[in-house]
Ligand binder design. Sequence first.
Ligand code: SF4
Length: 269
Amino acid sequence: MITYWPDYYREFKCKAGSCQHTCCSGWVIGIDEKSMERFGKEPDIVSKITDCRFDMREDGRCPFLRDDNLCEMIIDYGEDFLCDICREHPRFYNGVDGHIEAGVGLVCEAACDLVLDAEKHFALEGEDGSVLELPSYIKDVFDESMPLTLRLTKIANNRRASSKLRAEIFDEMETLDPLWDELTAKIIADPVTEEAEDELINNNAKAFANFAAYLQYRYRGFGRFSAEACYFVADIVLKGLPFKDAVRMFSGEVEYSDVNIDSALEIFE
Ligand code: SF4
């Protein structure tokens, strides 16, 4: 099966030691069976694993993450030695009609820079050199003949939750970062008007369109969810968080929890 990647993926490179929000902290890192066999032969590795999971430190950091944010396992054993989840993160893969659509998730700082700062819409390039035409649910997001907020209205079929209701829905979900709870509570206590959301989104149309198109691509046209995600990120920005931090946090809290993403896609179907 051919795997297609957005063209920006060619430039993807982990920021490693210079990443401000390393992905090697704050998660449960589960280890696949094959890697467990490999790790089992190395006493200095296996001593830091319980029940096929790395024993994260009290501060949430991986036991192999050095103070300079470089991975001790890569340094000592090479990148090929990593378990699947560490080698593949932040890549995602979707099997679609006889091919695979892959990409990089916005929970990652380097992915955020690539995806959100893109000047033109992405193309889907196959590993065999072929190009896949973008589906209409992505083209609609990039259609600059109308303001982005109208494009979002179109992909959401004219449906839009109020700022308060949306925040209450996300507030109900399982949480990783206490700042997420703080921000949703702020929005519930003092909701944002649609006018304020629209102004922010249209004034930053390129970045928000890139975010919406990424979601449309990853979740294959769940337009309502993509639009609500844009409004919610706008609300978080209006409560004080910089745009890329808001997107990264949304991705970490909603996309990287199986329970949360399933529930968000169901509610905002
Ligand atoms: S978040 Fe992205 S850039 Fe940062 S360490 Fe992880 S993969 Fe690398």
